[in-house]
Design a protein around this ligand. Structure first.
Ligand code: FAD
Length: 415
């Protein structure tokens, strides 16, 4: 595939941009692959990419019922951070964050990683103590964060009102190398690299059954016919319960709609990401100037994939307390994605009861940031058959054994 470069752009500008290759091919499925991944979101595509790059496994198909990146990967608010409390979480999220630092160069595709800094506001004494504890844990884990006071918060983000009547800002957990990236570009960059390695990305192809014999997967049935495979990876976020049902096992996961909205574009006014978990809202400014605002999950399980009116009202009302300037902004659009929530708010990267079937899910409200690290760990698991150090703690067996990785404080509402 042709490299994207300044010279290539100049050359194509002179010949009417007629010489570009398609970014990825759209082949018909073949009868058999060594590996089939279900789900062409960021995690499925990254799994395929690292299978090829790290393990030399390239006879791979990624099967997607809609269009690639059309699930949560293309619907999220793009916050990237690794300031988690527990050691296994800090390890995988920091691996992921560090891969983001050079992802554009690695994929030869601009994913617009912007390490502008992420702050999580402490607006109650409970949060002050919690975030100070996380800052200490992060220091031991080698994750660069700091607990900062309210004056520093104001300096970093002048539009914050720190003396609010209900919830004044008491401080914040600050990660200077956290930030954002362009969500579609992450999916597109991995897709292009997978296609370049000879892998097949098959869109508009829904998996309808998991075929098996003697405790092993033999292939899948899809709306484009049957496909045989030696190994199957299920990476479908909010639809994980459905795929597990097809494969004949159950998951400790609930599916819920999580919502977000954006305002009209305005001049640059905020160059950090702010999360306010007590009032429950978070915000950053996109390159276009829109304020990108994240809200909460619905209070009931569903697969609706759309926003609801009361969430707009709740989220905007909550944020106006901390950002009064928001009250003068028009909101442009809202949407929802189906997130897969585990009880301990940590992911599952695991073998399954079927010998050659593996699952990656449970990233819930916060898996965009984890795409490179999760793909790396899942590829390792699928290539070797047993989890490597990054995935070892995230097995399904932890729910049976009671070895929870409790991130409900760090990730319960935040992203
Ligand atoms: C509103 C919102 C805001 C968020 N904000 C953040 C944030 O700021 N930071 C952060 O880190 N995370 C955030 N997240 C979470 C993050 O988006 C997800 O954890 C992550 O994108 C999951 O990626 P994925 O590849 O696992 O899933 P997806 O991108 O959902 O991909 C799964 C794919 O599987 C496909 N599929 C499902 N069933 C089938 C089938 N039967 N056959 C074939 N294909 C199938 C789907 O069509 C889909 O494309 C947010 C999520 C939402 C919804």
């Amino acid at each position: 595939m042709k490299r994207y470069s300044v010279l290539a752009i100049a050359r194509e500008a002179l010949r009417g941009h007629l010489g570009w290759d398609r970014a990825w091919a759209s082949p018909a499925p073949r009868a058999h692959y060594d590996v089939v991944i279900v789900g062409a979101g960021g995690h499925g595509l990254a799994t395929a990419y690292y299978l090829g790059k790290n393990h030399g496994i390239r006879n791979v198909a990624i099967v997607e019922k809609g269009w690639l990146g059309g699930g949560n990967t293309g619907r999220n608010t793009t916050i990237i951070r690794s300031n988690y409390l527990q050691d296994p979480s800090a390890a995988i999220y920091e691996k992921s964050r560090s891969l983001y630092e050079t992802l554009s160069q690695e994929l030869n595709y601009n994913v617009m990683f912007s390490p502008r800094g992420v702050m999580m506001l402490a607006q109650t004494q409970h949060e002050v103590r919690g975030y100070q504890r996380t800052a200490h844990a992060n220091a031991l884990q080698g994750v660069a964060t700091a607990y900062i006071g309210p004056q520093k918060v104001k300096e970093l983000c002048p539009i914050i009102h720190i003396d609010g009547p209900r919830y004044p800002v008491l401080g914040a957990l600050w990660q200077p190398r956290g930030g954002t990236a362009r969500h579609d570009a992450v999916a597109w960059g991995y897709a292009r690299a997978c296609s370049d390695m000879g892998m097949d990305i098959i869109q508009q192809c829904e998996v309808t059954a998991v075929r098996q014999s003697q405790g092993r997967v033999t292939g899948i049935s899809t709306t484009k016919g049957d496909i045989a495979c030696d190994k199957l990876g299920i990476v479908v976020a909010g639809h994980s319960g459905e795929l597990a049902r097809m494969a004949g096992f159950r998951l400790p996961v609930e599916s819920l709609a999580l919502q977000a909205l954006v305002s009209e574009p305005i001049k640059p006014c905020m160059d950090v990401v702010v999360m306010a978990n007590t009032v429950h809202g978070y915000m950053s400014q996109s390159d276009k100037g829109e304020m990108v605002i994240g809200g909460g999950t619905d209070g009931f399980n569903n697969f609706t994939q759309r926003g609801s009116f009361h969430h707009i009202e709740e989220t905007v009302r909550a944020l106006i307390e901390t950002f009064p300037m928001l009250s003068r902004l028009k909101m442009l659009r809202q949407w929802g994605g189906i997130v897969d929530m585990t009880g301990d708010r940590s992911p599952i990267i695991s073998p399954t009861p079927l010998g050659n079937c593996f699952i990656n899910c449970g990233w819930g409200t916060g898996g965009f940031k984890a795409i490179p690290g999760s793909g790396w760990a899942m590829a390792d698991l699928m290539a070797r058959g047993t989890p490597g150090p990054l995935a070892a703690a995230f097995g399904l067996d932890r729910f049976r054994a009671g070895r929870f990785i409790d991130e409900s404080v760090a990730a319960g509402v935040a992203h």
